[in-house]
Write a protein that binds this ligand. Structure first.
Ligand SMILES: NC(=O)c1ccc[n+]([C@@H]2O[C@H](COP(=O)([O-])OP(=O)(O)OC[C@H]3O[C@@H](n4cnc5c(N)ncnc54)[C@H](O)[C@@H]3O)[C@@H](O)[C@H]2O)c1
Ligand SMILES: CC(=O)N[C@H]1[C@@H](OP(=O)(O)OP(=O)(O)OC[C@H]2O[C@@H](n3ccc(=O)[nH]c3=O)[C@H](O)[C@@H]2O)O[C@H](CO)[C@H](O)[C@@H]1O
Length: 351
């Protein structure tokens, strides 16, 4: 029997490209769509640079279409061109601060885009869906570690609300039509890069997130890291988060596809994808210095608004339900990030 075909939206992005690689290695056929609003196109080449390198690493073909998921006709054309069995949906705008400045663009892109995609799926009798959610749906944790039973919806940004609202839409959809089988994966803090050093995180402009900022300081692209807050009630006063290696995360998506592929079970399922361990900002800085052999200059500054002191996952449900567990620790996350950053100081732009 032919292997299933997965439509991957946002496949040229950081998490999408790493997941496409693991799906191909697991024997899935992959069709990628992306509008390249946050991915390096690689010039006139047919494939975005990240996907071109995924093809190079796996030796397998990646089908790519430059498609905006908010465009109904563009999305429908992909379903007419290919027999799609499942969808993994990564395409979204994801910058927390930016979402506060341009909420309408976030609601349109992330919510309308997802609705257009879901309607095209139903019109083509495709009901198996893996969704990129986020620990941000939990808001400020009321208890730790955070389990899937933790209340959701107390989000602190329009970006976080797009994730929460979409989960609510998916729950209603599954209640209304028993053919839908949805796995919502709530990512904690994905970091790291594929062991080859050929693909990795390549944020546009100044990084919002900690790990890419550290890496850019270490490689000399930025002079100094600002540590947001050193007076939190944590082991060293700096923020504690649950960092998860991007390849662990990608493998979690393959396990979710395997679950959807092999069972008649339908409905809405949510799983935390985290390591289950907390790591402070300064612990990550020092781990990165050990991994890279480079000094990471930093200064302690005031807290960033909206930041919580501590957040980390209880990931036992994903282990039980998906047979998945994160296995790569902080040192490996730093080593793999450094290999990518040092081989690609300017990300994909410097081929
Ligand atoms: N990176 C994280 O830390 C993190 C944490 C939690 C959840 N997530 C979610 O995971 C998903 C992927 O995140 P990422 O870090 O890989 O981000 P990314 O920006 O690298 O990838 C997103 C991709 O989607 C594409 N895209 C955006 N809007 C589109 C549209 N309308 N049509 C087609 N393509 C579109 C972008 O060009 C980009 O290539 C997102 O849904 C994000 O919200 C990410
Ligand atoms: C509230 C919220 O929506 N948070 C998003 C943000 O989580 P986080 O805010 O947890 O991720 P982050 O990488 O922005 O910050 C992690 C930790 O590093 C600190 N820090 C960060 C950058 C920096 O230059 N200096 C510094 O000290 C920050 O205060 C925090 O304590 O990003 C995640 C992706 O990784 C998810 O998208 C989360 O949804």
């Amino acid at each position: 029997m032919a292997p299933p075909t997965v439509l991957v939206t946002g496949g040229a992005g950081y998490i999408g490209s790493h997941t496409v690689l693991e799906m191909l290695n697991a024997g899935y056929n992959v069709i990628c769509v992306d509008n390249l609003c946050n991915a390096y196109s690689g010039g006139a080449a047919k494939l975005p640079e990240a996907l071109s390198r995924v093809q190079e690493i796996t030796g397998k073909k990646v089908n790519f279409y430059r498609v905006d998921i908010t465009d109904r006709e563009q999305v429908r054309s992909v379903f007419q061109e290919h027999k799609i069995d499942m969808v993994a949906h990564f395409a979204a705008l994801k910058a927390v601060g930016e979402s506060c400045r341009i909420p309408l663009q976030y609601y349109h892109n992330n919510m309308t885009g997802t609705n257009v995609l879901l309607e095209a799926m139903a019109d083509n009798n495709v009901y198996k869906f893996v969704y990129s959610s986020s620990a941000t749906v939990y808001g400020e944790p009321k208890f730790l570690p955070v389990t899937e039973e933790h209340p959701t919806g107390n989000c602190t940004s329009p970006y976080g609300k797009t994730k929460y609202f979409t989960e609510e839409i998916l729950k209603d959809l599954c209640k209304s039509d028993k053919r839908w089988a949805v796995v919502s994966l709530r990512y904690f803090n994905p970091v790291g890069a594929h062991i080859s050093g050929r693909i990795g995180e390549d944020p546009n402009g100044e990084p919002n997130n900690l790990m890419p900022y550290i890496a850019q300081v270490a490689v000399g692209r930025r002079p100094c890291l600002s540590v947001y807050g050193s007076d939190f009630p944590t082991k060293d006063g700096t923020g504690v988060r649950d960092y998860i290696h991007i390849v662990d995360l990608a493998e979690g998506h393959v396990k979710a596809l395997d679950k959807l592929r092999n069972i008649a079970e339908t409905g809405f399922f949510a799983y935390n994808l985290g390591s289950g361990a907390g790591c402070s900002v300064l612990e990550l800085v020092h781990a990165f210095e050990r991994a890279s052999g480079k000094k990471v200059n930093y200064k302690l500054v005031e807290r960033r608004s909206g930041d919580v002191a501590t957040c980390f996952a209880d990931a036992k449900l994903a282990e039980r339900a998906l047979g998945w567990k994160a296995t790569r620790g902080i040192d490996k996350m730093c080593e793999d990030t450094w290999r990518w950053q040092s081989q690609n100081p300017n990300g994909y732009a410097n081929k």
